[in-house]
Every structure is written in structure tokens, then in C-alpha cells.
Design a protein around this ligand. Structure first.
Ligand code: UT7
Length: 335
């Protein structure tokens, strides 16, 4: 095996659009504040009946159809998500069942917003070990279900969605040139979902079964974020990761056709671009439309850049991301 080929990408999004004007009616905020501080104008939000696997399945279906390969060819499904439908089974197993990927093994991995880039490193390992040849890698999250819709500091930021990439071990092509990953568990307190896991599970009452959504004391199952600290770390870590991955494959930011950063906040993206001395035409932005879709952001942005003709075969592209954990990562692609 020489390298990894990207066969195709695909996207799955909820239909519901939530605008800044809608949010003005829900919490004390304004279109002006949200636009100036984040750049976000709209985001897609799951309906009551939708969950992460729905968007994952739609994204995967599109990637499979674009690549024109039979479902039996896929031998692994990896879903990067921190908002699975259930604690068990994995979203990956739900995707496998829905699409009839009968020869695939399937599992989820969790690295919050950096999940898709951690997934690329994981797929690289699966292929080089001989465990899999054709892999469906999905970045998907439905943070709206873990958002406190009365907290204006977080509820304006997030959107839901999934992006998929179909990857294949190749003897001729190598689209994945380098990956750099990092984590710092000493910052677990500044970005997390405190309740709903095994530390602070949903409450049980003596006679009644669990009530979904019931909160455990002071540990609600909603996103807690110290925005300013996260902002500083995001800029620093993404810029460092970008540099490290480029160095690993002997490139510099001058060689890049496009930087695809995690889409959390336009100001974070601009600050990283400035550090990397990249002009506007070399940095992809779609956070205005979708908000922060966590693990889905970089792969959906890659899909849009490719479908829109911004990235062409042979271009050097770098994905960078940052998220809870803390986790961060960068991947250099030769498209
Ligand atoms: O995917 C990785 C995870 N997330 C991120 O990368 C997000 C990182 N952080 C951020 O993007 C920014 O920190 C935020 C957009 C979350 C906040 O922007 P900020 O410039 O850091 O604002 P702030 O939190 O310091 O708040 C400034 C003011 C506060 O009022 P006072 O205390 O100055 O009176 C907030 O209460 O803005 C207020 N505020 C709002 N006002 C209107 C906070 N949220 C809102 C809101 N609408 N939605």
C-alpha cells in the first residue's frame, strides 16, 4: 500500500434552519451581537425525531453513490461523534445496518470537534495494518440535543449535521500526506457536557423508570463552555497543529491552495489565518451558514470546497480542528 485515496465525500443536514432573528425571540441576544462575535447567521437544527445517525446515513449514502461502489465493498465504518443516538450501539453500527454494509466492521470514536481528523489517523492505521481497505469515515454531531436553549452564551453557536468521506488503500495514489494530533486533558473543565454519562447519570426515581432529559443535580446534560479560554486555546493549538503537519510532509503554508479550519467562529478562523499569513482566498469559511457542527465541520467544508470547484485535483489542502478534551489536529491532503 502506497497511500490513501479519497474516493468521494457526501453531506447530510437537517432541513430546519434557525436564524439569528429566531434566536432573538428565544434569548436576550441580537443579530448584530451574534454576527460581530461569531460570524454566524444561520444553522441547521435537528427535529425532535432526528438524531446523529440520520444525518450520517444521508452523508454516507451520498458518498457511496458519488463513488459508484457497491455497499459490499466497504469493509469498515468509523463515525467520529460526541453526540451518538445512544450510548450503545454505536452510530457506525446504525449506519452499517441502514446501508446494508454487510462486510464492514463498525465503531465510533470521540475527539469532539477534532473527531474527523482523529478519524483520518485511525483510518490510516486500519489500512496500513491490513484490517480494512475501503473505509467510510463520517464526522457527525447533533449538539442541539445537548444545548441549554436558555443559555445565550452557547445556544447561538451550534448547528447539526454530518459529512462522510469514502477512503481506499491505494498502490498508486496518496491523498493523505501527513497528520498531526494533540490533546490536553488538564482543560477538561472548560468545555464539556457534565451530565448524562456514567459519572452523573440521568436520575432514577424509586418507582418510575428514567425520564429522558431529567437532570442530575448540578450536572445537566448540556454543553458548558468557557468561551474566552476556548477561543485562545483554539487559535494557538490550530496554528501550531497546522505548522506541525506541514513540516511532517516538508511543506509550508505557502504551498497551500486551501486551509479548511474547524468552523466555530469567524474570528477564530481569521486569527489562525493571520498567524499562518494566508490571504482570504486561501481560507475556507462556511460557519456563517451552519454554525459549529463539531466533528462534521471540516468534512462538510471539504465537500463544499470540492463540489464548488475551489479545490481541484492536485491542490494541497490542509484541514485543522480543535475541540473539547481538549483535542486538536491537522491533516495535509494532496487532493
Ligand atoms: O468548537 C470548539 C468550541 N467552541 C469554540 O471554539 C468557541 C470559542 N469561543 C467563542 O467563540 C467566543 O468566546 C464566544 C462567541 C462564545 C463569546 O464571545 P466573546 O467575545 O468571548 O464574548 P464574552 O463571552 O466575553 O461575552 C461578552 C459579553 C458578555 O456580557 P458582559 O459580561 O460583558 O456584560 C456576555 O454576557 O457578551 C454577552 N453575551 C451575549 N450578548 C448577546 C454572551 N453571549 C451573548 C449573546 N448575545 N448570544
Amino acid at each position: 500500500m502506497t497511500g490513501i485515496k479519497f474516493l468521494s465525500t457526501g453531506v447530510g443536514l437537517p432541513e430546519n434552519v434557525l436564524t439569528n432573528a429566531d434566536l432573538e425571540k428565544m434569548v436576550e441576544t441580537s443579530d448584530q451581537w451574534i454576527t460581530e462575535r461569531t460570524g454566524i447567521k444561520t444553522r441547521r437544527i435537528a427535529s425532535d425525531k432526528q438524531a446523529t445517525s440520520d444525518f450520517s446515513i444521508a452523508a454516507a449514502r451520498q458518498a457511496l453513490s458519488r463513488a459508484g461502489i457497491a455497499p459490499e465493498t466497504v469493509d469498515a465504518v468509523v463515525v467520529a461523534t460526541c453526540t451518538p443516538d445512544h450510548l450503545m450501539p454505536s452510530v457506525a453500527c446504525l449506519v452499517q445496518r441502514a446501508l446494508g454494509l454487510k462486510n464492514a466492521f463498525a465503531f465510533d470514536l470521540e475527539a469532539a470537534c477534532s473527531g474527523f481528523i482523529f478519524g483520518l489517523a485511525c483510518v490510516n492505521g486500519l489500512m496500513r495494518s491490513g484490517a480494512a481497505k475501503t473505509v467510510l469515515l463520517i464526522g457527525a454531531d447533533t449538539l442541539s440535543k445537548f444545548t441549554d436553549w436558555t443559555d445565550r452564551g452557547t445556544c447561538v453557536l451550534f448547528g447539526d449535521g454530518a459529512g462522510a468521506a469514502l477512503l481506499q488503500a491505494s498502490d498508486r495514489d496518496d491523498n493523505l500526506l501527513a497528520v498531526h494530533l494533540g490533546s490536553d486533558g488538564s482543560f477538561t473543565d472548560i468545555l464539556n457536557i457534565p451530565g448524562g454519562g456514567s459519572r452523573h447519570p440521568l436520575q432514577r426515581s424509586k418507582n418510575a423508570p428514567f425520564t429522558t432529559g431529567e437532570v442530575a443535580g448540578n450536572f445537566p446534560p448540556y454543553i458548558h463552555m468557557e468561551g474566552k479560554e476556548i477561543f485562545k486555546n483554539a487559535v494557538l493549538r490550530m496554528a501550531e497543529a497546522a505548522d506541525s503537519a506541514l513540516k511532517k510532509c516538508g511543506k509550508t503554508s505557502d504551498d497551500l491552495r486551501l486551509l479548511i479550519p474547524h468552523q466555530a467562529n469567524l474570528r477564530i478562523i481569521d486569527a489562525v489565518a493571520k498567524r499562518m499569513k494566508l490571504g482570504d482566498d486561501k481560507v475556507f469559511r462556511n460557519v456563517q451558514k451552519y454554525g459549529n457542527m463539531s466533528a462534521a465541520t471540516t468534512v462538510i467544508a471539504l465537500d463544499e470546497a470540492v463540489q464548488g470547484g475551489v479545490v481541484k485535483r492536485g491542490d494541497l489542502v490542509e484541514l485543522i480542528a480543535f475541540g473539547g478534551g481538549l483535542t486538536w489536529g491537522a491533516a495535509v491532503l494532496r487532493w
